[in-house]
Design a protein around this ligand. Structure first.
Ligand code: GDP
Length: 450
């Protein structure tokens, strides 16, 4: 696709949810908008003015009555001329209106094409455009609030701030390379080390916030693990408030991975009840165990369900988890052995005592999960996607390599090269550097009309 496409053709789509509160919207964007608007209204519309109009077909037949608004380029969502036609929420009427707009010269928009144009016209950057889709898809209030922050540019501004510090650092180092005789003196300047240290700590903070942003956006992924019959399925049911997982008194019933999405006081969780982890001769169950391990690798939280007797031994299930994952140990069935519900910190894990059967101690578990999911993280919490986190992690690697090059090798060129990569990788988040494939994947996942 060339830039020309964006100046020569006009797109249109129904931009409201079907039947949404009785109002339906057809949105049009492109250079033909003034002509299409005049044709529909019978005269040129006033800009940013709500005209009450009768929308008529080619033979003057009435399609619908409603509001017509013209937002002229460039002060519009897409940066192009935009027309909004608000009519009644009937799917039939909206289709007829859309068809009329297409007769007048527009074509049907692809999914996400309005936002894609907004991006290509510099109205929003890529992270903001992604936040539009995330806002629409938000499953929890905290997720929606966070997506709104990203849409408003909170995340992008942090990325931009880091980018500027990185550029300042590059300028400093590249200047040193230009003066080979004094290069070592330049590179050994403590100010330079300080500057790099500060960029690295800013990046670490941003990475942490972005990871929380992913949890707010996608929901916290919790893998429930433990030996068979400790009460994993019962716990999932108790948290989800349904009988989704089959609870059975015979060991080894939960062979597959059961997933439950739930919203806990405004934050979203994805709970996965994995098979009882243990060595087994049963092929089907072995497959279940394998899936449980896969599940652990994609989880944010490993929730080990066990009992007083096996708690120590069962922690072996945490071994071999080579990626950072929060660890919770839940001693279940306290109704049987007389323990009281409480919580404490032990061996880098949070330990909780509860009963899936009576519900004792489950509020503390819910509170812990809410905290891990990013609840109450304040006004500025923004949403992010895994792609952003991966990019920030790569930036971190480049900065580590740059620090190594400077501190131990005094190799300015090497450090400069790493910083150049870091800058480019950071630019992928906001779309300063992006491939057509990436843009296609991002905008293709939008709904039509956005
Ligand atoms: P899983 O194999 O780990 O998924 O275990 P289940 O959830 O299927 O539970 C196994 C058995 O333990 C069932 O008979 C449950 O009713 C029982 N159970 C689960 N949680 C509790 C609990 O907190 N207290 C008591 N007394 N029984 C429980």
């Amino acid at each position: 696709m060339t830039d020309d496409d964006y100046t020569t053709d006009t797109i249109a789509a129904i931009a409201s949810a079907p039947g949404a509160a009785g109002i339906g919207v057809v949105r049009v964007s492109g250079p033909d908008v003034p002509r299409i608007a005049s044709a529909l209204l019978g005269k040129p519309p006033k800009i940013r003015h709500a005209h009450f109009a009768a929308f008529r077909g080619a033979n003057s037949e009435l399609i619908d009555r409603g509001l017509l608004l013209h937002f002229p380029s460039p002060a519009s969502y897409t940066g192009e001329h935009v027309l909004e036609l608000q009519g009644h929420g009937s799917a039939m009427l909206l289709d007829a209106l859309l068809q009329r707009v297409c007769e007048l010269g527009a074509r049907l928009a692809r999914p996400g094409e309005f936002t894609e144009r907004a991006f290509l016209n510099g109205k929003v950057d890529l992270a903001q455009a992604e936040a539009v889709a995330d806002l629409i898809a938000a499953r929890s209030q905290a997720g929606a609030r966070a997506a709104l922050q990203s849409m408003e540019g909170v995340f992008s501004r942090k990325v931009e701030g880091l980018l500027q510090s990185l550029i300042a650092l590059r300028v400093h180092i590249e200047a040193a390379i230009d003066f080979p005789e004094e290069e070592i003196d330049f590179l050994a300047d403590p100010k330079l080390a300080q500057q790099l240290a500060s960029v690295r700590s800013d990046l670490a903070a941003l990475l942490h916030e972005a990871q929380r942003g992913v949890r707010l956006n996608d929901g916290l992924r919790v893998a429930i693990i433990g030996r068979p019959n400790v009460g994993k399925s019962s716990l999932l049911n108790a948290l989800a408030g349904s009988d989704r997982a089959i609870v059975n008194a015979a060991a080894g019933t939960t062979r597959d991975v059961l997933r439950e999405n739930l919203v806990l006081d405004g934050v979203s969780l994805e709970l996965a009840d994995t098979a009882g982890l243990r060595d087994t001769d049963d092929d089907v169950e072995r497959e279940g165990v394998r899936r449980a391990h896969v599940e652990l690798h994609r989880a944010d939280v490993a929730l080990l369900v066990t009992d007083t007797l096996h708690a120590r031994a069962d922690q072996i299930l945490f071994y071999g988890l080579d990626h950072p994952v929060e660890r919770l140990v839940l001693i279940n069935k306290i109704d049987l052995d007389g323990d009281a519900a409480h919580g404490e910190q032990r061996d880098g894990c949070r330990w909780l005592w509860a009963s899936a059967k009576t519900g004792a101690g489950l509020d503390a578990l819910r509170e812990e999960l809410r905290r891990l999911a990013g609840a109450g993280s304040g006004e500025g919490a923004f949403s992010a996607r895994r792609r952003h986190v991966f990019a920030l992690q790569r930036v971190e690697q480049h900065l580590n390599a740059a620090a190594h090059a400077l501190d131990t090798l005094y190799a300015g060129e090497l450090a400069a090269e790493e910083l150049r990569h870091a800058q480019q990788t950071l630019g992928e988040i906001t779309g300063a550097y992006s491939s057509d494939d990436l843009l296609g994947a991002i905008f293709g996942s939008f709904c039509i009309g956005k």
